[in-house]
Write a protein that binds this ligand. Structure first.
Ligand code: F3S
Length: 62
């Protein structure tokens, strides 16, 4: 699976970094970035939870 953050949509709430810090981090602009776009099997659940928790649906995990 791969994870992406749409930076045009992200409002920097930070939920994703709290739920799945292995995949998501905040960049210098205060917006989320997928630091590892390849999501390993053991991180799929938390990456999906981060996706579901984003208030503006900026995250795609597929
Ligand atoms: Fe941005 Fe959504 Fe994460 S608003 S910081 S991608 S939870």
């Amino acid at each position: 699976m791969k994870a992406f953050v749409d930076k045009d949509t992200c409002i920097g709430c930070g939920a994703c970094t709290g739920i799945c810090p292995e995949i998501f981090d905040m960049d210098d602009d205060g917006l989320a970035v997928a630091i590892s776009d390849e999501v390993s099997a053991e991180l799929e659940d938390s990456a999906a939870e981060a996706q579901d928790s984003c208030p503006v649906s900026a995250i795609t995990v597929e």
